[in-house]
Design a protein around this ligand. Structure first.
Ligand code: BG6
Length: 528
């Protein structure tokens, strides 16, 4: 991440603006071969190939770059390229897609397409790894595990045994692992132990795609490149913090995956804790990957054991979402009619350190809610004394700083201002800054920076083994409490703000959630 850190003078769009989609000013990445396991899958088609195309279009790939897609199906190189060509053209011409562009950069796509190769192979067979070794030779290589998690250990063992992870003559051999990394603390520890038998920690890049989002990375810039936020960002001034990732989509045909996963495992120890780290970690000594990741791990291990009495799990019932009738979760394909899997979770957590002691962090995420909103809101304590007591003002409203991550990207501050007139009256005002008004953004699917960083050997935006385990350790008390059939499961109507029990969680502390939805742009695109 350090290679691309530059400062530009941002001005309202139309004048000079930084190209934030794919790191303006960065040089082409190191030469390497990218081997994608799961070449025929959705992730490859919808995100990896469009991200590589965007990198090619920004000239951020080396001339000596090539891709080998590996999968079991009947694809040949020609048929694979043909299906990717079809997909890319349909995404780039769809105005609702993250990859939409008024005009496909044909030269960039041809450049990339010439470098695409397909290997037909079963991930569980030794022959597959022999074929890969012959195909890629001795140069730098990245192995991308775009496969269901049950194949992670199998593939890494295959890579290890066939010598593909050996780094010789200064060449790198890196592995990118998608989520979910384990399903609880024990399985995450076992997976870490298994993969570390075959390679060094520095070779593993565990992805959390939230860290590929520009606005998540920009939280570090907001906090640590400015003098005005950080000094008040602590227990003396902050009343509480809310972290929300509400979605309008449901499980989108992923019922069989979701049934065994649920909202807690799917979103909390990974995406929501990533947001928590960005907003709450101490300033790292530098942008060096280990400095940043050590601060995150430190923060995660300071989370007090979660209290099941301070957490709510719920499942959506039938309702109306964005004007459409939505059936109940239990009616989704591949979902048991008596399923007890949660599609919503809300919880309160406390961080046991000097900066945050006593400040509650309220976290919630849910499918089929009233609006699409990924946001962190920092609620300040009210002004320390009421000098307005002899005026018509009877109440001061706490200031809120809202970090908008998705679909809006920016910062909103809410504060009190004097209403014009002879009397002292206060009105709440807000000032909204949208990054798109300052920076010209290229179409990006969020994987561009992550792929580029891996090619450059920069692990800042990836999760280290200790942080992964600290996250699972933090949620383990809830996993344990919710594992039987006894745990209470609340319900909420699809298209609503979530279950009443989640409102009660905050009401008990005299607080309330900021609403989700009913804002422009709260409609959701297909999720990862
Ligand atoms: C994925 C989860 O990791 O993240 C999905 O498995 C979820 O269930 C998605 O919808 C949310 O990501 P985004 O980028 O669409 O907010």
């Amino acid at each position: 991440m350090d290679q691309g850190t530059t400062i530009e003078n941002a001005s309202p769009k139309g004048q000079s603006g930084a190209d934030v989609g794919t790191r303006a000013g960065s040089t082409a990445a190191n030469a390497c071969t990218l081997v994608i396991f799961g070449a025929d899958g959705d992730l490859t088609k919808r995100l990896l190939i469009p991200a590589l195309y965007n990198l090619a279009s920004s000239k951020l790939l080396s001339n000596d770059f090539s891709v080998f897609g590996v999968d079991r199906g009947q694809n040949t190189t020609e048929s694979w390229k043909g299906s990717l060509d079809h997909m890319l053209r349909s995404f780039t011409t769809d105005p609702t897609s993250e990859s939409y562009t008024p005009e496909l950069d044909e030269a960039a796509w041809q450049w990339l397409s010439q470098r695409l190769n397909h290997i037909q192979g079963d991930f569980t067979k030794d022959d597959t790894f022999t074929d890969i070794r012959k195909a890629i030779g001795n140069g730098n290589a990245i192995f991308y595990l775009a496969v269901p998690s049950r194949f992670f250990a199998v593939i890494i063992e295959g890579l290890g045994k066939s010598g593909l992870l050996r780094q010789e003559d200064g060449k790198f051999r890196n592995v990118i692992i998608e989520k979910p990394f384990g399903s609880d603390l024990a399985s995450a520890q076992a997976l870490n132990a298994c993969i570390l038998k075959h390679g060094d920690e520095s070779q593993y890049y565990r992805i959390d795609h939230f860290l590929g989002k520009e606005t998540v990375q920009s939280i570090m810039a907001l906090r640590f490149a400015n003098g005005m936020f950080e000094p008040t960002w602590r227990r003396e001034y902050i009343d509480h913090v809310q972290i929300t990732a509400s979605e309008t989509v449901g499980v989108e045909g992923r019922g069989s995956f979701y049934e065994g996963t649920g909202a807690l495992r799917d979103m909390v120890p990974n995406h929501l804790f990533t947001l928590l780290c960005m907003v709450a970690m101490e300033p790292p000594n530098s942008f060096d990957a280990d400095d940043v990741r050590s601060e995150k791990a430190k923060l995660l291990s300071a989370i007090q054991p979660l209290d099941p009495n301070q957490a709510v799990r719920a499942q959506y019932e039938a309702g109306t979402s964005l004007g459409h009738d939505v059936s109940a979760y239990r009616q989704e394909p591949d979902v048991a009619p008596d399923s007890r899997t949660e599609t919503y979770v809300a919880l309160k957590l406390l961080i046991d350190n000097w900066r945050w002691a006593g400040v509650p962090f309220y976290i919630r995420t849910g499918k089929h809610m009233a609006g699409r909103k990924t946001e962190i809101s920092i609620h300040h304590r009210p002004a320390p004394y009421n000098m307005f007591r002899d005026t018509p003002v009877d109440q001061l409203t706490p200031n809120v700083v809202r970090l908008l991550i998705d679909p809006e990207q920016g910062v909103v501050t809410q504060f009190d201002a004097k209403v014009p007139g002879p009397e002292m009256r206060l009105g709440q005002v807000q000032s909204a800054l949208h990054y798109k008004d300052f920076f010209q953004e290229k179409p990006a699917v969020g994987y561009e920076t992550l792929l580029y960083d891996c090619m450059m050997g920069d692990g800042t935006l990836f999760q280290r083994a200790d942080a992964i385990e600290a996250s699972w350790r933090a949620v383990q008390p809830l996993l344990d409490a919710w594992s039987g059939n006894q745990a209470q499961l609340h319900s909420y109507a699809a298209g609503s703000q979530g279950p009443e029990a989640a409102d009660a969680l905050l009401a008990r502390d005299g607080r309330s959630w900021l609403p989700v939805g009913h804002e422009a742009g709260s409609q959701q695109k297909a999720s990862k």
